[in-house]
Design a protein around this ligand. Structure first.
Ligand code: UGA
Length: 476
């Protein structure tokens, strides 16, 4: 392989920590910097702090050797050639991204620059952030020829972060100088040349030495917009299929068939057309709002994004109405809830539609017994245990004697339940599935009343003869 590069990664959240261990996996020497002492201690001891496939093994392999973990940003800046900024960009009250952490890190880097450095923004940021970072570094007295600022957005998903990082669809390098572009190309050379994939122990995925990921060289501003536009477009796709699923419900059609029918058009594609209870997580809600706000500030009408947000918020209310339509009143009902994370295979509950829905159910007076394979500890901070809110030890524990079972997160194990056992355990065999994990016919054969998203309700014949409109349910 080419020469290892000394890389600093500032911020050890999802993007920073994954980038740090993956750069080490690619052969580079990495310093991972975080200003939270307790986090640094935990990482040094091998605790990843997040639930993520492959991350524990990689952290174990590289911590305290190829990945040094520290709070000392000044020293990291002095000893590294390339410094990635991967700190949080939370949503401010106005919907804009709050860039104060990025600014603070840029100033601190500036005070320690001792030779040519490339500062890379990897956090999701609005267009022009790059220019601001450059200005901040210059204001701190650094000569223009001693640094460049590059935008290298990250497209990894939680739950599959390591695989996404090492097997990306594309690598976007937004650089306005040839020198910086060349250095960043070198950083990613193990992937773009395909050499990484020839290692017998490489993390498996879609890329190979025959099909390495492409590197796309752009201007810094284009790279910044690519990141926001990608997330906004994916959110739009989800809201679109959710709106179509509502139409399917009204017309008694099946959204799964419709999604397949449109997804087979290669111009549309089959991915991100799964209807549900709305998108959540730390990225889509924040990034759609930030992109809308950037457009507004630049005088560009992008109301389409407000509609995306509106459909997303409405999707939760529609699900609540569905629960009412199956149970009539909610006060005092004992509801088994499967899933609290914002999606399967993660313990992240940030902006989780599942957590929002549990809050709505509690507000209606229901008793909730929730189970999630990984997110219960985090959820307990938002939804503290109480006589109304209990955390179960297993699916069975949640389901026993419940008036209905609600599926709110698409964990793989929730799609593989023993349906006979589940039927026997529930007080009433009613399943309301916000993630379409089951085939309605199969549920019917097992004797369930089964409501899902955008598909006809499956109801044992007695109820089917006398369906009640949703609007007759109390509180609808
Ligand atoms: C998302 C993007 O997919 C990543 O490419 C991006 O790098 C990341 O945000 C980021 O900016 O950091 P992530 O938030 O981990 O990744 O989760 P996704 O898998 O994209 O799911 C987001 C939400 O959409 C979840 O609530 C999920 O349940 C929902 N979703 C997804 C649907 O409702 N339907 C779908 O078809 C797909």
């Amino acid at each position: 392989m080419s020469q290892p590069i000394r890389i600093a990664v500032v911020g050890s959240g999802y993007v920073g920590l994954v980038a740090a261990v993956c750069f080490a996996e690619m052969g580079h020497d990495v310093i991972c910097v975080d200003n939270d002492e307790s986090k640094v201690e935990a990482l040094r001891g091998g605790d990843t702090l997040i639930h993520e496939q492959h991350l524990p093994e990689l952290l174990d392999r590289y911590r305290n050797n190829r990945v040094q973990i520290t709070t000392d940003l000044a020293e990291a800046t002095r000893t590294c050639q390339v410094i990635f900024i991967a700190v949080g960009t939370p949503q401010s009250e106005t919907g804009d991204a709050d860039l104060s952490y990025v600014e603070a890190v840029a100033s601190e880097i500036a005070r320690s620059i001792n030779g040519y450095k490339v500062v890379v923004e990897k956090s999701t940021v609005p267009v022009y952030t790059n220019e601001w970072i450059r200005r901040v570094i210059e204001r701190n007295g650094v000569r223009r020829e001693d640094f460049d600022v590059v935008s290298n957005p990250e497209f990894l998903r939680e739950g599959t972060a390591v695989e996404d990082f090492l097997h990306p669809d594309r690598i976007v390098i937004g650089a306005d100088s040839d020198r910086a572009a060349a250095l960043l190309s070198e950083v990613y050379a193990p992937l773009t040349s395909g050499s990484y994939y020839t290692h017998p122990s490489c993390v498996p995925g879609d890329c190979s030495d025959h099909h390495p990921p492409p590197a796309l060289m752009t201007s810094t501003k284009s790279a910044e917009i690519i990141k926001h536009a990608s997330n906004a477009f994916l959110a739009l796709k989800i809201s679109f299929i959710n709106a179509v699923s509502n139409l399917c419900e009204a017309a008694d059609a099946n959204v799964e068939q419709v999604a397949r029918g449109i997804g087979l058009d290669s111009r549309i594609g089959p991915k991100f057309l799964r209807p549900g209870i709305g998108y959540g997580g730390s990225c889509f809600p924040k990034d759609v709002a930030a992109f809308r706000s950037v457009a507004e500030q630049m005088g560009v009408d992008f109301n389409l994004l407000s509609e995306v947000e509106k459909i997303n918020a409405n999707q939760k209310k529609r699900f609540l109405a569905k629960v009412r339509s199956a149970l009539w009143t909610l006060r005092g009902k004992r509801l088994a809830v499967l899933g609290l994370a914002f999606k399967g295979e993660t313990d992240d509950i940030r902006e989780s539609p599942a957590v929002d829905l549990v809050e709505m159910l509690l507000a209606e007076g229901s008793m909730v017994v929730a189970y999630d394979p990984a997110a219960m500890k985090r959820a307990a901070t938002e939804l503290p245990p109480s006589p109304q809110m209990r955390y179960a030890t297993s699916v069975e524990d949640a389901a026993r004697d419940a008036d209905a079972l609600l599926i709110l997160t698409d964990w793989t194990e929730f799609g593989e339940l023993d349906l006979q056992r589940l039927h026997d355990m529930l007080r009433y065999p009613i399943v309301i599935d916000g993630r379409n994990l089951y085939d309605p016919q199969t549920m019917l054969q097992h004797g369930f009343t089964y409501l899902s998203i955008g598909r006809p309700t499956a109801t044992p014949s007695r109820e089917a003869r006398n369906p009640l409109p949703e609007s007759t349910a109390v509180g609808a």
